[in-house]
Design a protein around this ligand. Structure first.
Ligand code: B12
Ligand code: SF4
Length: 441
């Protein structure tokens, strides 16, 4: 059979990564099938354009679609167009976070033939073979979890086409040929705003440090990679394993840059770990702080001791690893005093940069269940569930916070050192920059 794995287009040009999830699905497909990954975001296509291109180029028997919340309107339109214009018979299977979180509601809205919840691996494999054999399939929605550690099939992802996009958005960036890589899956913590566990579970799964380092070495050899962007939820959670991995990367003389921009816990660091990170090529990590108010951290179930954060940042600084503090603005229960505490905290701790995100309750997170389980989610729109603040209040604080942090001489100097022309262009075009400029000091 011919199978197309589709990544929808969110019309964001800000950060376009090779779709690791679809790469894993491709790895779990029998080699007797012809499989192609089609990235509609990379090609910036509308649903109708993507449908036409897939039909003309691949004409698949099956289309598997990765659906994150936020992609689901695009996906629904794609399915409608594909079925009505090109082929009623092509089976369409949806999976990923949105389908896992909302199950029946999601597949009804998307109007796909089948939905797979969970990490997808065993059921995808079986379902494809059942479709191929023309067997009767009773269940439209299948739940599928496996502890098997599957790695993405990078060969199917057209890696060369992503370098230019990663350059525009990834700040800072040291390499010329960076590649996204995930060494672990799962996170044992239970932050209320996070959906990660519904697909990857609360147990950290990983391969041996030796195999992980070998995989990186192979990617370097195959694609001439000079930087690894770790997309892990928490790369250093198992400290011993992480230390062994970095030691081994040093021993193997991989000679690459790496960073973990997605965020690591701010309470796990020690000097040896920081030294090994730096020596193995690390120059930048994100730290998930979320709030400078202890009361808010409790409400978020973040389980982070704020008093340890400064120590971690300083230990990393000694080894010239830059840090970005991640904060959420507008979590339910937050008041102006909490926001002021967060702003103060971000200024007192010597972060090199910060990222402030508008709170959105994503399906799959506990806070989403608390707030919205009683409503019909058929027409869930991210923008309808933005934040507890009205937009004026939110934008005012967002602008104030970003300006207070970034309009400091030492930060401006640091940032100018990191930027190249492409990155500046991408930042200036970013919609949130407008919010920063709009509000007075
Ligand atoms: C790296 C990352 C990013 C990167 C790249 C994302 C991308 N689209 O490629 C960046 C930084 C750009 C990013 C941005 C955002 N992200 Co993000 N991101 C992640 C992260 C940490 C890893 C994603 C990943 O590669 N996983 C590894 C692969 C192997 O897993 P997977 O993609 O889920 O695929 C598996 C299954 O889902 C399933 N599957 C997937 N597709 C399909 C298709 C079929 C047919 C089948 C059968 C199965 C299947 O099988 C795969 C293998 O097991 C996840 C958390 C996590 N641990 O997964 C959050 C996560 C996906 N992000 C999230 C969010 C909210 C966002 C943003 C909206 C944040 C924001 N406010 O801007 C944006 C939107 C970006 C976008 N356009 O999609 C949420 C999604 C929640 C939801 N309900 O959709 C997550 C879960 C984090 C969280 N804290 O809850 N993100
Ligand atoms: S936010 Fe980070 S630490 Fe918290 S549960 Fe999600 S992945 Fe784990």
């Amino acid at each position: 059979m011919k199978i197309c794995l589709l990544k929808p287009n969110r019309h964001s040009r800000f950060q376009i990564n090779p779709p690791l999830g679809l790469g894993c699905i491709a790895s779990s497909t029998d080699s007797k099938h012809v499989i192609e990954i089609f990235d509609a975001q990379l090609e910036n296509l509308s649903p109708v354009e993507a449908a036409k291109k897939i039909h003309l180029k691949i004409n698949p028997n099956v289309i598997g679609i990765q659906v994150y919340t936020g992609d689901h309107h695009w996906v629904r339109k794609f399915i409608e167009w594909y079925k009505s214009l090109y082929s009623e018979k092509t089976k369409i299977i949806c999976g990923g976070f949105h389908v896992t979180a909302l199950g029946e509601i999601a597949i009804k809205y998307l109007n796909c033939d089948y939905g797979i919840m969970g990490n997808g691996i065993p059921s995808w494999h079986n379902l494809i073979n059942e479709i191929d054999s023309d067997n009767e399939i009773k269940e439209r929605l299948i739940t599928s979890y496996s502890n098997k550690f599957v790695n993405p099939y990078y060969e199917k992802m057209n890696i060369d086409r992503y370098f230019a996009h990663l350059h525009g958005a990834n700040i800072p960036l040291k390499g010329k040929r960076p590649l996204v890589f995930m060494a672990t899956r799962g996170c044992p913590f239970s932050c209320n705003f996070c959906a990660s566990h519904i697909v990857h579970g609360r147990i950290v799964k990983r391969e041996s440090y030796f195999i992980t380092a070998k995989r990186i070495q192979d990617l370097i050899a195959k694609y001439d990679i000079d930087e690894i962007i770790f997309a892990d939820d928490n790369l250093i959670y198992d400290k011993d394993w992480a230390k062994k991995l970095f030691k081994f990367m040093i021993k193997m003389k991989l000679n690459i840059h790496w960073k973990a921009p997605g965020g690591i816990r701010a309470d796990i660091m020690d000097e040896e770990l920081s030294e090994l990170m730096a020596e193995s090529g690390c120059y930048y990590v994100g730290l998930g702080i979320e709030s400078g108010s202890k009361r808010m951290l409790k409400l978020m179930n973040k389980n982070l001791n704020l008093d340890q954060v400064e120590g971690t940042v300083n230990i990393l600084k000694i080894n010239e690893i830059k840090t970005s503090g991640f904060f959420i603005l507008g979590y339910p229960g937050e008041n102006d005093e909490d926001i002021e505490k967060s702003i103060r905290f971000s200024l007192e701790v010597p972060f090199d940069r910060i990222q402030v995100s508008k709170f959105i309750p994503y399906p799959g997170s506990k806070i989403f269940d608390i707030l919205y389980s009683k409503y019909s989610m058929m027409d869930y729109q991210e923008d309808d569930f933005n934040t507890i603040y009205d937009n004026v209040h939110y934008e005012m604080y967002y602008g104030k916070w970003i300006r207070k942090f970034y309009l400091r001489l030492k930060i401006i100097k640091l940032m100018l050192k990191d930027f190249n022309y492409n990155q500046l262009k991408t930042i200036i075009k970013h919609p949130q920059i407008k919010e920063v400029i709009k509000w007075n000091f």
